[in-house]
Design a protein around this ligand. Sequence first.
Ligand SMILES: O=C(O)CCC(=O)C(=O)O
Ligand SMILES: [Fe+2]
Length: 285
Amino acid sequence: MSGYAMEPATPTEISTQALPPSDQWSTAPVVPAPVCRFENFLGAERAGTLLKYAISREADFHAGTVLDPLSGQVSYKGRSSLVLPVTSSVFSAHLADCLPLVQEILGHRAALTQTLTVLTSHGEGGHYGMHTDASRVRDVSMALSAVYYLHRRPRGFDGGQLRLYDTLLGSGGAQPAESYRTIEPEHDTIVFFPAGAFHEVVPSTCPSGHFADHRFTLTTWISNTESATPMPDGPSRIWQWLARAAERTRPLTDVTHDHDGASPIALPPSDPATRLTLPSPRTTP
Ligand SMILES: O=C(O)CCC(=O)C(=O)O
Ligand SMILES: [Fe+2]
């Protein structure tokens, strides 16, 4: 038995001088964004091949853009990334197989039907200021962002972490909190989070300056094609809060053409044979 258990057990009341009563206490919780990450997502061989492919397309990348929420104008403000719109039915099929599990973990129920994918590259001074991915999707309350990371090893860049901001749920609505979760852009890992969550890519450095040493991603926005198909019990409350705040970050125009030129492809139904599920917590190894 530990010595602590022998201490006198009578608690002492904290005086009201030390803790005055008040009705002014905060009622605004800070809530982390739902997030789910996989390591060794494609496996060493496929990840290596995809990295080589990205490097081989150096000449085809162009500067990534943002949409100004007020004017609706495409601009380069707050962003220094190179992008290359791509499609991959193989990658989309793999995402589809992961989605039931990802959605279970993230507390997300919407039926998702399409993907929009870009290869991105961040080198010396690369960054992407705080934003949501609302401008990429029709209905941000039902859309997911998925960022798959690739880089040479040993790693040729520093920085470039993804910051996923917590949300402050105040009486005036939701807004990004000051606190965040840091996601390291590790080779062959993928992270899924709500497209309405505020996030940013912190500046990266690339001492060699070689394109092959850049930080690469295959970034995909997964969404539904129809406007809001309400699910039986709807998306969970945090998704609705996030979506409300995110709506303010995009112009009130429809998203028919992505501002980086990405083209939608259909998300295939998940393959029951390769679909991921959680092991039961009761199963002993
Ligand atoms: O590269 C990342 O980690 C995130 C990229 C991103 O936020 C975006 O492309 O919208
Ligand atoms: Fe983003």
